[in-house]
Design a protein around this ligand. Structure first.
Ligand code: ACO
Length: 351
């Protein structure tokens, strides 16, 4: 059975930097509040009407292919993780195929909707496809253009100061090398708190969870007319987050799922050479580092520069860590993520 190895990585972040000070020109916030609560100093936002989630992903993909020494034509499966797609449907996988100029149709494209844990879920899917022998060269990309759908008024400040735009990509390839590549992945979900970190509008719920009296529209005899209602527009088509609930769950689930993966392959925290946690909040990463008793040089953080880029955060960090010489052959890379759903997961990769 082949193993699945990460053989190349690339990333792209939009040029325009939005500092905390700049954010405070749109809403009532301060550099001090954002830095203290999240560790974020600045983020990038894409060029409205010029860039899309797919174009960011294409830049990252070209760099990943170059790093892996392959042409885009060699990709035989695309996995695209995002919560901020170009269209409601079709997903970004096929749009990326077109953007890259891949004309062959002997290729599959799969879209992953697991938000912050999208990359780890995607890596697990790539691993299974390669181990089963179905595909040999898989492009896994995480890309987000949050800026197109956030509330930049004071009403939305609890969310909009946290998220940034960007894309990261890896090439996962089959290898016959033993004890190499993805050693294990662990995935979890719990829908109990689904609406506490969510963008629920537009959607087929049509407001049913609020009760009939809150529908905010006249019910008609015909089916339809619930996907986008006037009430949804009035409420705002924006994400919402119960920050403290997310924080409390994240700091428990991150260490748990990392320990679970280590146990599955009979390794321990001392064996980790580099932990790349999903860049949700620097305070969460620092908490996890403390619980696992990892030294500073074994934990990679870049949220200070980019904010939380959701599905893109781990592959951007992989690409930066690789360029910085932190992922040398034989080293043990640990990935972990927690987010909306809630969904969470981890992966161990022998580089
Ligand atoms: N600037 C200034 N004040 C703000 C801002 C802001 N940007 N946002 C909220 N506030 C105010 C609130 O209105 C509130 O004011 P009040 O006390 O007068 O009501 C006050 O600050 C405290 O708000 P809280 O939401 O209680 O602040 P908290 O200390 O919980 O910090 C935060 C919020 C940073 C979101 C925190 O809860 C957190 O880190 N949660 C984890 C969630 C997370 O990291 N999410 C990332 C995405 S999800 C994921 O990837 C896992």
């Amino acid at each position: 059975m082949p193993n699945a190895q990460i053989v190349g990585a690339g990333h792209y972040v939009p040029e325009t930097v939005y500092s905390n000070e700049k954010m405070s020109t749109y809403m009532d916030t301060t550099d001090e509040w954002i830095t203290e609560r999240t560790g974020i100093k600045e983020r990038r936002f894409a060029k409205k009407h010029e860039e899309t989630t797919t174009t960011l992903a294409a830049h990252a993909t070209r760099e990943a292919c170059k790093d892996a020494g392959i042409s885009v034509e060699e990709i035989d499966f695309i996995i695209f993780a995002t919560l901020s797609p170009d269209y409601y449907f079709p997903g970004c996988g096929v749009l990326l195929q077109r953007e890259l100029g891949i004309t062959k149709t002997e290729i599959g494209a799969l879209d992953i909707r697991n938000q912050c844990s999208g990359f780890v879920y995607g890596l697990s899917v790539a691993d299974q496809f390669i181990k089963s022998g179905m595909y040999k060269t898989i492009l896994l990309v995480g890309a987000e253009m949050h800026s197109m759908g956030m509330d930049f008024s004071t009403r939305g400040r609890g969310v909009s100061v946290i998220f940034g735009d960007g894309a990261g990509a890896v090439i996962v390839k089959a290898t016959e090398e033993e004890n190499s590549g993805i050693l294990t992945t662990k995935l979890h979900s719990d829908g109990t708190h689904a609406e506490h970190l969510a963008m629920i509008n537009p959607g087929s719920h049509g407001g049913y969870h609020l009760g009939k009296e809150h529908f905010g529209y006249e019910e008609k005899d015909t089916p339809g007319d619930v996907f986008v209602t006037q009430k949804m527009f009035d409420d705002g088509l924006y994400p919402n987050m119960t920050g403290q609930l997310v924080f409390k769950n994240a700091v428990v689930k991150f260490p748990q799922v990392i320990q679970e993966a280590l146990k599955a392959v009979a390794l321990s925290t001392e064996d980790i050479d580099l932990l790349i946690p999903h860049q949700a909040n620097l305070r969460i990463s620092q908490f996890v580092q403390k619980v696992l008793q990892l030294p500073d040089n074994k934990v990679f953080n870049n949220i200070q520069k980019y904010g939380n880029t959701t599905a893109a955060s781990i592959p951007i960090a992989i690409s930066e860590a690789k360029k910085a010489g932190k992922l040398i052959k034989g080293s043990l890379l640990c990935l972990a993520a927690f987010g909306s759903g809630f969904t969470w997961g981890s992966a161990l990769v022998r580089m």
